[in-house]
Write a protein that binds this ligand. Structure first.
Ligand SMILES: [Zn+2]
Ligand SMILES: [Zn+2]
Length: 252
């Protein structure tokens, strides 16, 4: 079985630990691109930084994407978007009524870096859950319409994921609406190894709705085999022909 193309890999141009030059070498192990965070602190601050990143990675023969911070990143110029091989949009926080709700602790908990999720009680509030879910759909829709993302990165990752059973925290009706946005928008649903999302029921619903998929290990370290991703794909019996292969699908 040939390994699927991994679109979501970080380098030291944002918070990864591996240089672009070393990423270019590991492509021989299994096919992958690079997709650093934008914006990212002092490293990828603006379009000038992005241009350098895209040029440097392209010169090394890498497929170049970006993990565009939905709801936070400024709009990309058309020329920058076109110079990318693909654009991943992902949510790392949500702003409700001007208040930023960060997912950092939830992410660290999900990835096993911290043992307790201290904000459990706060995110257990049904009213907050409802607003957070609605706002998520709005932000994804904006990413599709305004920013023309090609892939929804780590779908269903949020602070709610840290609460437990995704079938309880994400109502089926909400899952279907998120899938519908992706299918109608012609963007791929990422199978993200790092957060272990989406869960099998979501992937099965997405496949049933005719979704496209994309592999994204979201690794920040050395390239490892795709075992865990393959297990997620097998658990939902996804068709490997429905996966993106390192380029955006068609001009939109
Ligand atoms: Zn991310
Ligand atoms: Zn990432």
């Amino acid at each position: 079985m040939n390994p699927l193309f991994d679109h979501h890999v970080h380098s030291d141009r944002s918070d990864g630990t591996v240089s672009l030059a070393d990423r270019a070498k590991s492509v021989a192990l299994r096919p992958h691109g690079v997709s650093d965070h934008y914006p990212w602190k002092e490293k990828l601050r603006n379009e000038d930084d992005l241009k350098r990143y895209i040029e440097d990675a392209s010169r090394l023969g890498l497929r170049v994407g970006l993990e565009y911070d939905l709801g936070v990143a400024p709009p990309l110029s058309a020329s920058t978007r076109e110079s990318l091989h693909y654009l991943i949009g992902a949510i790392h926080q949500i702003t409700i009524d001007g208040t930023k709700i960060a997912y950092d602790d939830a992410g660290a908990f999900i990835k096993g870096r911290i043992k307790t999720f201290k904000e459990r009680a706060r995110f257990g509030d049904p009213e907050l859950q409802k607003r957070l879910l609605e706002r998520t759909l709005e932000v994804v829709a904006e990413g599709i319409e305004r920013d023309r993302i090609d892939i929804l990165g780590h779908p269903t990752f949020s602070a709610l994921q840290a609460l437990g059973d995704p079938e309880r925290v994400y109502p089926e009706e909400w899952q279907e609406r998120l899938i519908d946005l992706c299918v109608k928008g012609g963007i791929a649903v990422e199978v993200n190894e790092s957060y272990g999302v989406p869960h099998p029921e979501f992937l099965i619903r997405a496949a049933r709705a005719g979704a496209l998929f994309s592999v994204g290990t979201d690794t920040h370290f050395e390239i490892k085999p795709l075992d865990k991703t393959d297990a997620m794909i097998a658990a939902a019996a996804l068709d490997r022909a429905r996966f993106m292969a390192g380029s955006r699908l068609a001009p939109r």
